[in-house]
Ligand binder design. Structure first.
Ligand SMILES: N[C@@H](CCC(=O)N[C@@H](CS)C(=O)NCC(=O)O)C(=O)O
Length: 257
């Protein structure tokens, strides 16, 4: 069975999970903890980024955009990419903008807040682990933090402020773009919506996202996301999740399809 190596809380991983769920592709999920994931992933891809799919024949693919191309070709239904060439190009441009610019910038602000609270960081990423393993992980987080900060370009207060600005920029873009039809490209749900909603879900935390935050929310993290909740784009994210995300247990182990 195909195996997805994932982080539970990650827009790139959520994007792929969402597509796998909609297309009902049988697979097994294995959540990794940021930091210790490096050895496992590097052995497979030579890089350290998730998501990674390990195919039945042992072939390995990483990179969410590449994975989504593969998925759309192998499992065309339901179609997530428009047939019309101009709309397809528009969709790919939105995906590129989020993947390469907006998402990494927002992630800096989110990770910065979480890394300042190692126990909460461990609770968020280690949700599926035993309480003992989570506790041990929370002791490693401060040691891994400088590497995570460096790897994600969290160089100081300016990088965090830029992440917050990217959140506002993304919300303005989505609110304007979705005004006409409720979707970012044309008049139907596409990968552009999945990409933008997966990224903004890290700030909006819609009710039926598999990226739920342990409650009560950590106060620093709550302070970061509070200003985004009333933006019209936050409602767009909640609507898209409730209409199109479908059931997804962010389980470990085999999918039910
Ligand atoms: N361009 C990549 C980015 C993936 C990415 O940045 N993944 C992050 C999680 S949000 C990751 O695994 N980071 C750990 C690392 O780079 O070691 C994609 O689209 O898959």
């Amino acid at each position: 069975m195909i195996e997805l190596l994932q982080f539970r809380h990650s827009p790139y991983n959520e994007k792929l999970r969402w597509a796998l769920d909609l297309k009902r592709v049988p697979h097994r999920r294995r959540s990794l903890l940021p930091g210790p994931h490096m050895g496992v992933v590097k052995k497979l891809t030579g890089r350290t980024q998730t998501p990674v799919l390990v195919m039945d024949d042992g072939a390995v693919i990483d990179g969410s955009a590449r994975l989504l191309d593969w998925l759309e070709e192998r499992h065309p239904e339901p179609r997530l990419m428009p047939d019309d060439p101009a709309q397809r190009e528009q969709m790919l441009a939105i995906q590129r903008r989020f993947d390469e610019d907006i998402t990494p910038r927002i992630r800096r602000a989110v990770l910065d807040a979480l890394l300042r609270r190692p126990r909460y960081f461990a609770a968020v990423f280690g949700e599926a682990e035993s309480p003992l393993k989570r506790r041990l992980y929370s002791l490693i987080v401060p040691l891994a933090a400088p590497i995570v900060r460096k790897g994600n370009g969290i160089t100081g207060a300016a990088a965090v402020a830029d992440g917050i600005a990217a959140g506002r920029e993304a919300m303005e873009f989505v609110a304007a773009q979705a005004t006409a039809t409720g979707y970012l490209v044309g008049d139907r749900f596409t990968l552009a919506d999945i990409t933008a909603a997966s990224t903004l879900a890290t700030l909006v935390r819609p009710a039926n996202s598999p990226m739920q935050c342990p409650q009560p929310l950590d106060s620093l993290f709550a302070e970061l996301i509070a200003p985004f909740q009333k933006h019209p784009a936050a409602q767009w994210v909640r609507d898209i999740y409730s209409r199109h995300r479908g059931a997804s247990a962010d389980f470990e182990g085999p999918s039910p399809y």
